[in-house]
Design a protein around this ligand. Structure first.
Ligand code: NAD
Length: 360
């Protein structure tokens, strides 16, 4: 079987870490008998330099024609890079926002997984960590408060600002379906997070999620208020499998969940649309402070590539093998500088990619 993958190396450490992820993907392809054909695309600062714009229409169309997009990260140092002298709509980040919107990527997935070997980086106490945690936040990405009408007016000398939180049932249903589908590939539990004791949008959210749940009798659904969820994530993160939530709650909770793992270089992410298509990228940025030094941790991008195998290509076995290879490399004591600890062996970006690829 052959799959077409658009690759956006991006800026800063992007090209270095994407190269390693491709190396690992190629090892998986060889082992599991599939072929990946890559088309490299420019976005962000690299596209500004080449085309005068962070994302061209041609790039969007080429990305769309592929089975999935694998991305590094985009952007430069906001203080020193000439890209940030441009108007906001022409800066690197505008390219990513436009790509997400053009491809209708409404479901954002951010796993938070605690590796036994990296427990020391977790800010939680051992008795809270227990046997560790392996959760996934599914955040609605294209609706809600960030996309509703907003205004600032002055009435009788008093300034007043309004933001609107709008969801319709179709927007809720399509992300709920994604959450239940993905829960079926995991431990089959969905916790839907809302503020249904106060907000109408949350009451609609809850009732639509319950309707969708009827089609998934094998998946257990629970509901939790967002304020409680924020507490539970630091009190007992091990209780969660898939957390399904709307845009603003997800924005906050996904950052909280990332922080409890403690290692930015390990955090993968995916953004999906209604089909199998998705954009896969590490949660971290382009780290211009360490670009070109060969020391960036490629694991977040490697794990994003594993998500691509699982969610866009349905190659679960290959995805499992990549994740197991990452675990093995960590248990053998290899670390990039960002996750280094006493007694471990420090390796660079390329070496880490080689080690993982060899263990797939
Ligand atoms: P950052 O995530 O790039 O870096 C924060 C810190 O973490 C830095 O010290 C960096 O060296 C370190 N770091 C990040 N990833 C690492 C890795 N894989 N290995 C080792 N260390 C790593 O965040 P920032 O410095 O705030 O942003 C830098 C640029 O990235 C900005 O232009 C920002 O807009 C952009 N950015 C892009 C994305 C994206 O492409 N989706 C996301 C966030 C930030």
């Amino acid at each position: 079987m052959k799959y077409n993958i658009a690759v956006i190396p991006g800026d800063g450490i992007g090209p270095e870490i994407v190269r390693e992820a491709q190396k690992v993907l190629d090892a998986a392809a060889k082992k599991y008998g599939f072929t990946l054909e890559y088309t490299e695309l420019l976005m962000g600062g690299a596209s500004i330099d080449a085309n005068g714009s962070p994302l061209t229409d041609e790039t969007i169309e080429t990305a769309r024609a592929n089975d999935a997009v694998l991305m590094g990260s985009i952007g430069g140092d906001a203080k020193t890079s000439p890209w940030y002298q441009l108007p906001p709509s022409l800066r690197p980040e505008a390219g990513l926002l436009k790509l997400r919107k053009s491809l209708n990527l409404f479901a954002n997935l951010r796993p938070a997984y605690l590796y036994e070997e990296l427990k020391a980086a977790c800010p939680l106490r051992d008795e809270i960590i227990g046997d560790g945690f392996d959760l996934l936040i599914m955040r609605e990405l294209t609706g809600g408060l960030y996309f509703g009408a907003r205004s600032t007016v002055e009435e009788d000398g008093v300034r007043k600002a309004t933001d609107t939180l709008v969801y319709n049932e179709k927007e809720i249903r399509r992300i709920a379906v994604k959450a239940f589908d993905i829960a079926r590939k995991r431990r089959k539990e969905v916790c839907s997070v809302d503020k249904a004791n106060v907000l109408d949008s949350s009451r609609l959210w809850r009732s639509v999620v319950e309707e969708v749940a009827k089609d998934y009798p094998d998946v257990e659904l629970s509901h939790m208020l967002v304020d409680n969820c924020a507490m539970q994530l630091v009190r007992d993160p091990g209780q969660f499998d898939v957390i399904l939530t709307e845009n603003m709650f997800g924005d906050i909770l996904s950052d909280e969940a990332s922080m409890v793992t403690g290692s930015i270089g390990m955090l993968s992410s995916a953004s999906l649309n209604e089909t199998k298509f998705g954009l896969y990228e590490p949660s971290h940025g382009s780290a211009p402070d360490i670009a070109g030094q060969g020391i960036a941790n490629p694991i977040a991008t490697v794990l994003s590539a594993a998500m691509m195998l699982r969610y866009s290509l349905d190659l679960d076995e290959a995805a499992d093998a990549v994740e197991a290879a990452v675990k093995q490399v960590l248990s053998e004591g290899y670390r990039t500088g960002d996750i280094m600890s006493d007694g471990c062996t420090r390796v660079g970006t390329v070496q880490m990619g080689d080690l993982i690829a060899a263990r797939v």
